[in-house]
Design a protein around this ligand. Structure first.
Ligand code: HPA
Length: 274
C-alpha cells in the first residue's frame, strides 16, 4: 500500500535524527548564490538530500543539495544548502516537503533566503530586503488536495505569514551592522524564465518590490504547520525592463558573491538574537 504523507515524513525525520539527535533552534534555507553561509557552521553533520528517504533532489547550478546541521552564532541550526523549485518540475507539495520534515523535527523558526529581482526602482542590485508579505497569483498551492490534519488545519490565517517578532529581530540585527535593510513585498513567479518587462510593471502596480521563483510555497507550508517564518531577499539584479540590460543567472550568482559577507553577517546576527 502507498505510504501516507505522515509516514514518509516520519521516515525522513528518523533518518535525520539517527545522524543528529539534539534539539534544533532554527532552520535556514539558503537561496541561489547564498549557500556559502553553511560553511560557517561549526561541527557540521552533513546529509545529502539524495540520501534522505523521500527527499526530492536539487538540480540547479549554485545549489549544493544537502543539509548542514550544527552550531552557528551560539544556536543549533539546520541549514538547507540548496532548495527545490517548482520550475525544476517538482510539484508544489514536493517543494515544501523539507519544511514539513522540519516540523516533525520540532523546528519552530525558519529563515528563508532567496535571490530576487528588484522591482522597486528606488533600490539597487545588491540591496537586501526583509520580506514583509508576499503575493502569489500562481494558481497552484503546496497544500492543494486532501488536508493532512496532523500537520495543520485546512484553512489557516496568513495575516502574519512573515512573523512580526522575527522581522523586528532582523531590523535590530541590521541596525547593529549599520545596514540599510530594505523592506517589502515579494511576488512569486514560476520561472524558469525571468519575467518580461510587462510582468515586472504588473508586479509593481500590484505592490510588489521584488520578484522571484521560490520562498512563497515554503512560507505557506510553514504557516500551515505553525513554523514562524523570516524571509530575506538578496536583490541580485534590477528586474527585467528597468535597465536596458539582459538578465542572466551569472549576474544573480555574481551579486550573491558580492554581498555574501553582508548577507552572512545579517543572518548570523539574526540567529544570534533568536
Ligand atoms: N526574477 C525572478 N527571479 C530571480 C530574479 C529575477 O529577476 N533574480 C534572481 N532571481
Amino acid at each position: 500500500m502507498e505510504q501516507t504523507l505522515m509516514q514518509r515524513l516520519e521516515e525522513s525525520k528518523a533518518f535525520i535524527r539517527e545522524r543528529f539527535a539534539a534539539p534544533i533552534d532554527c532552520a535556514i534555507v539558503l537561496g541561489s548564490g547564498l549557500g556559502d553561509l553553511a560553511q560557517k557552521i561549526e561541527n557540521p553533520v552533513i546529509i545529502k538530500y539524495a540520501d534522505i528517504p523521500h527527499f526530492p533532489i536539487s538540480t540547479v547550478p549554485g545549489h549544493a543539495g544537502r543539509l548542514v546541521i550544527g552550531r552557528l552564532a551560539g544556536k543549533t541550526v539546520l541549514c538547507m544548502q540548496g532548495r527545490f523549485h517548482y520550475y525544476e518540475g517538482y510539484s508544489m507539495a514536493q517543494v515544501v516537503y523539507p519544511v514539513q520534515v522540519m516540523h516533525l523535527l520540532n523546528i519552530q523558526t525558519l529563515i528563508l533566503t532567496n535571490a530576487a529581482g528588484c522591482v522597486n526602482k528606488a533600490w539597487k542590485a545588491g540591496d537586501l530586503m526583509l520580506i514583509t508579505d508576499h503575493i502569489k497569483l500562481i494558481a497552484d498551492s503546496p497544500l492543494r488536495g486532501q488536508n493532512c490534519d496532523e500537520l495543520g488545519p485546512r484553512f489557516f490565517d496568513m495575516s502574519h505569514a512573515y512573523d512580526p517578532a522575527l522581522q523586528d529581530k532582523a531590523r535590530a540585527a541590521a541596525r547593529n551592522m549599520s545596514l540599510n535593510l530594505r523592506e517589502g513585498v515579494y511576488e512569486l513567479f514560476t520561472g524558469p524564465n525571468f519575467e518580461t518587462p510587462a510582468e515586472v510593471r504588473l508586479a509593481r502596480i500590484l505592490g510588489a518590490d521584488a520578484v522571484g521563483m521560490s520562498t512563497v510555497p515554503e512560507t505557506i507550508a510553514a504557516n500551515h504547520c505553525g513554523i514562524k517564518v523570516l524571509g530575506i531577499s538578496c536583490l541580485t539584479n534590477m528586474a527585467a525592463g528597468i535597465n536596458d540590460t539582459a538578465l542572466d543567472h551569472q549576474e544573480v550568482l555574481e551579486t550573491g558573491l558580492r554581498v555574501k559577507s553582508t548577507f552572512e553577517t545579517l543572518v548570523t546576527g539574526i540567529v544570534e538574537s533568536l
